[in-house]
Design a protein around this ligand. Sequence first.
Ligand SMILES: *Cc1c(COP(=O)(O)O)cnc(C)c1O
Length: 355
Amino acid sequence: MSAPRIEIDIGKIEHNATHLVDVLAKKGIGVTGITKATLGSPRIAAALVRAGVRALGDSRIENIEAMRNAGIGAPMRLIRSPALSTVERAVAHADLSFVTELDVIRALSTAAGAAGVVHGVVVMVELGDLREGVMPDDVDHVVEAVLGLRNLSLDGIGTNLACRSGIAPDTTNMTALSELASSIETTFGIPLRVVSGGNSANLNWSLSAAPPGRINDLRLGESILLGCEPLHRTPIIGLHTDAITFVAEVIESKPKPSMPWGDLAQTAFGTRADPVGHGTTFQTILAAGQQDTDPAGLRPSTGIEVLGASSDHLVVDSGQRIPIGSEMRFLPNYSALLRSMTSPFVAKVLTPTTR
Ligand SMILES: *Cc1c(COP(=O)(O)O)cnc(C)c1O
């Protein structure tokens, strides 16, 4: 089989999604299954739909189009604000877009009118992580603008935390979102169908004893794919953490000194090596590198240590000589997964159910 490759066990992903859908349903929270880390893989999307997600979400319209073209019929949410240049594609292929800017909202309405559809919107609210969202004081103004546009329907509000600044979802910010939802309903006399509390980083809070308030939707990607929560990267009980593996092939394996020699200048990526000597190592090179994955995000099996990587060489301390041509397996973190899925050099091997 060709290497490097990313192996995805669809059965394990379906199990993870089913488990999260079930435990969150007990709290009245539905799951939007996020496909962006898999570039909108239709087979993974289909597994999420079988698991019972209420909708699929992706930040890129290209991925949504790929899923639609493959015949995925589930409700589709564009979870990053469309760019002004992509509003026509958004209304053609997504049912709903997350929005934060009046210019985009108006352009979406115009595009929806031209396409003869009504497009859903969820207004994103900034609650402290300082990525996307309308400031809480401006939400009423934006809601009013949406309600005044004939080709848009206001589906709800949402927020995103723990991405840019690592702000954890907690009772304070989730209560703020719930209160905003109720206040919009009172002010405008409309029901909000969706109150989307966040991404996988919200699971610690959602599955705690805290009452969910108005939160009735979470957008889950990493937790379904990698089986862990992203605040502390703790495995979630009941989920597989090995549904996805990165596999690379050995092209060199030799005992070498652990200390480089010669005049020490910059590395290929402009950093400085910080060599620590501990005698001779068995240094093994795999045919993979920065162009295929995030080497710092690879977890090798016991006894192997990732030492570093350039564009095309991944160097590990293997403790012993490894036969040339043999393969080594790693568990990717989110960053390594994303880059591997995006690299044209990495084969994607999806294996069906192994439950
Ligand atoms: C990527 C993304 C998600 C999913 O995040 P995970 O941590 O992978 O669950 C949810 N919401 C938004 C807005 C995103 O961009």
